[in-house]
Unconditional design. Structure first.
Length: 67
């Protein structure tokens, strides 16, 4: 059974798409209060940097990291 606390693969995929499309509102909605793995967070920030979207980068930088 999947852990309900973990963000789903579908949510991560939706985050990637929203970041690539520059959809700041949707990114904000998709980000949960749950911490993210360092690798996931780094990947999403790099994706936002490719689009030079400073607002989304700032949102992602505020996400907590799992230990």
């Amino acid at each position: 059974m999947a852990n309900q606390q973990e963000p789903s693969i579908a949510n991560f995929s939706a985050l990637k798409t929203a970041i690539a499309n520059g959809e700041e509102q949707l990114v904000q909605q998709l980000l949960t209060d749950q911490p993210m793995h360092v690798l996931e967070k780094s990947y999403l920030i790099d994706l936002a940097k490719l689009n030079n979207n400073h607002a989304i980068i700032k949102l992602l930088e505020q996400v907590a990291v799992k230990n």
